[in-house]
Design a protein around this ligand. Sequence first.
Ligand SMILES: [Zn+2]
Length: 247
Amino acid sequence: MSPTHSASVPGCRICGASKTIRSHILPRALMKDLSGKDPHLHEVTENRNGTKFLQSGPIDDQILCLAHEQQTQAADRYGIEFCRRVIAEVPQNGARAQVKNSNPDLLVRFACLNIWRYCVSKYGPGIEKLGPYGKQLQAAVFDEIHDLPLLFLSRNHLKMDSETESTMAIAPFPVRLGDVRCWLFSVSGVQFYLKLDKRPLPGENEGFAANGADPVTLLQLDSMLTQNVPILRRMLANMVARRKTTK
Ligand SMILES: [Zn+2]
């Protein structure tokens, strides 16, 4: 990810405090899990040629003060434990899987937090691009409202080739699934789809909502090669283009 805009309002996005601290856009612990023994993560982006190498994923030190960063920790902690549980417990077969989810609201807040943090950061489009849903995301994280957006999960099994499992995180981006508009991000092989509009869902998706669900059901996606996923194919092409131009 490369920075796409600079903040129009300096300081903490919640209280305006000028003293801000370093925030990880996607949870540091999950980025560390992805990199494993490799000291670097390889970052690619869809929109421009480029790859960066960071030790613990993208950060922004100008979005939250200490007190508001601390307010995000419970959701981050819960999401990290949840993703690690999925990796440990969900086998690579079957069309769906069930995973323990003792605090469904906190899992939804984790998804809201990651999308909000990305959007307000120097990497994202700016929260105003989300219109009224930007406020809803922010309230879900910091005001702990109970009217939370709908969340769906899937487990993907991406492979670099027939034998090598691909480990990658994908920063949030808007996506359309049929008639449903969502924001999607992926960490540790778990894909989070957050539905921000109020339109009713097509019936076939019922039963997959993570809201209020313990255990929660994950749709299992067939094992796919990364080059067969259109958005990843574009990102990987950018990575190769960048390598060629930096030789
Ligand atoms: Zn603050």
